[in-house]
Design a binder for this molecule. Structure first.
Ligand code: IPM
Ligand code: MG
Length: 332
């Protein structure tokens, strides 16, 4: 197999964990007779410093042409004073958008010898093995936002909004994952307060007819956060919007001992993106103490996984659309 992998080391501990990950990829290429070509590009704070923008055009172009993209982490105190839109994190969000990545999968699995480092009591923890399927291209992260000052009072806002097709395409992926795991799907929302969550719940419920083997459950996000702490082993696949998935995945990561252990993979319309879920941990940078396991496990998700899953999700989605009165499937 011959593949081009773009490396985006980013900031803080990003370059260290990316080095560790690339070393594993090189070794596995040798072991299994693959040819991986690596190309490194700046993203985030490193790109602001080198090229004046958090996502330079050359970086996005290279990622679009790659077979896969591996990212370390972005952000740091040096760039904290910058407004939203110019920060290192904007580079990551623009990259996700630019690659059309709407699926983010975050598996949280207890590594048995590490049971003792969980902050939960051993009997509470049980056998944690869950997967968070986070919508990555919509919601409050990409909704309309603004900032005005009226009569000396400043006001800022961000908008949470989801359309039916956006919900269907991520839910399709989550249902397919649930079918391949223990056939349980918990969809997380805040439908007792938010209209966007009511649409989310209605859409996910309507789709359950296409997946009769999957047992669907809905949970409010506040309860989901509590249940993760009380009885995490009850969960298998958890489906959520962008913001709730971001929050719940940090909480779930802590259960198994450290956010430094959790991999993630994102899929969409072009090259898949692989990144550990941790941040740039600036206080650890350069001290050789960052845990590279999250990045290394991320590499394990890399070979072919994206393409296979994306294809399966696409087939499902088309079937759903055939079943549901021929609505426009062009967004697939
Ligand atoms: C994550 C991170 C990012 C996010 C930040 C760095 C923009 O927290 O991948 O979970 O909020 O998506
Ligand atoms: Mg996060």
């Amino acid at each position: 197999m011959k593949k081009t992998i773009v490396l985006l080391p980013g900031d803080g501990i990003g370059p260290e964990v990316t080095r560790a990950a690339a070393a594993i990829l090189r070794e596995s290429a040798q072991e299994f007779n693959h040819q991986f070509e690596f190309a490194e590009y700046p993203l985030g704070g490193a790109a602001i410093d080198a090229a004046g923008a958090p996502l330079p055009n050359e970086t996005l172009d290279a990622c679009r042409k790659a077979d896969a993209v591996f990212l370390g982490a972005v952000g740091g105190p040096k760039w904290d004073g910058l407004p939203v839109g110019k920060r290192p994190e904007t580079g990551l969000l623009d990259l996700r958008k630019g690659l059309g990545l709407y699926v983010n999968v975050r598996p949280v699995k207890l590594i048995e010898p590490l049971r003792g480092i969980s902050p939960l009591k051993v009997d509470r923890l049980g056998d944690v093995d869950l997967e968070i399927v986070r919508e990555l291209a919509g919601g409050m992260y990409f909704g309309e936002r603004g900032n005005i000052t009226e009569k000396g009072v400043e006001r800022a806002w961000d908008t949470e909004s989801y359309s039916t097709p956006e919900i269907e395409r991520i839910a399709t992926f989550a249902y397919a994952r649930a079918e391949n795991r223990s056939r349980r799907l918990c969809s997380v929302d805040k439908a007792n307060v938010l209209s966007s969550s009511q649409l989310w719940r209605r859409t996910v419920t309507a789709m359950s007819a296409v997946y009769p083997a999957v047992k669907l459950e809905h949970m409010y996000v506040d309860n989901a956060a509590m249940q993760l702490t009380l009885q995490p082993a009850q969960f298998d696949v958890m489906l959520s919007g962008n913001m709730f998935g971001d929050i719940l995945s940090d909480a779930a990561a802590a259960l198994v001992g450290s956010i430094g252990l959790i991999p993630s993979a994102s899929f969409g319309s072009s090259a898949p993106l692989f990144e550990p879920i941790h941040g740039s941990a600036p206080s650890l940078a350069g001290t050789d103490s960052a845990n590279p396991i999250g990045s290394i496990l991320t590499c394990g998700r890399l070979p072919n996984a994206g393409h296979r899953r994306a294809r399966r999700a696409r087939r499902r989605l088309l079937r759903l659309h055939r079943d549901s009165a021929g609505r426009d499937a062009a967004y697939v």
